[in-house]
Write a protein that binds this ligand. Sequence first.
Ligand code: GLV
Length: 311
Amino acid sequence: VNPCILFASVYDKPDEWRDALRALVPSLDFRVYPDVQQAEDIEAALVWRHPLGMVKQLPNLKLVINLGAGVNHIFDDPDLPPDLTVARLVDPGQTAQISAYVAQHVLAMHRQMPELRRAQNESRWNYIHPMPASECRVGLLGLGNLGRASAELLGRLGFSLFGWSRTQRELAGVSCHSGVDGLQQVLSQSDILVCLLPLTPSTTDLLDARAFARMPKGAAFINAGRGATVVEGDLLAALDSGHIRHAVLDVFRQEPLPAEHRFWQHPAVTVTPHNAAVAEARSSAPQVIDNLMRLRDGRPFINVVDRSAGY
Ligand code: GLV
């Protein structure tokens, strides 16, 4: 039988994905939501922030592939059958993008770019003596695919690295920690803290006033994970007091970030519009096709989300 997939994302270009997938399987039946046609043909869907009500329209759906890394949006759907397999993309293209974003902003924090920008706005020559990267401690929260790639790039740039993950990891050149005590250790040693955690019940509100207070005075914070990991009011208080010197935020509790949100105009905040990294069609296509073939043959899927862990 001819494989069939339903595409549902208003953030990604369907033509790009169709072409990348058909380059591998020319006969692929590629449908774009809401044009489902014979809904009973559809056993697999490739989705990013799919509309509520979609899943109910697909009686034979067996596999949902998240068009991206973080799957929390999928679980926001109350109609999601409990036994439906959810997979995600583990895309080398997206991995390269996120590690570049992390490196870009770690370097900007390390080289005091916000302060230099302020000085330039005032035509003020503020000589800041550069510090070696090895004297700057970067803490990475989340050591999955994206965190590990970021650690590797930061390591090559010479930073001193600390990492925290739910389950203990071993990474060359990274002082790895896990558990509640481990988090405190990493926070207290992070001159720059980078969050790449998935959003789960145990990471929601994880970074609150107490967490920011644990960080060294004058530390910087970068969030390219999920907004709801951060208690935004607590972060604003830490920025107002100067305890956190700058925050680079790609993700927010509410997206798009509302125009009246204080982050927009805060002098110590850099906002990027949740575009740190996206899955790329060409580099993701092989794993999507692989999972469609596994579906056809009844073999176990790859990159499956552990529903109990939430990622
Ligand atoms: C982006 O936020 C992703 O999860 O892929």
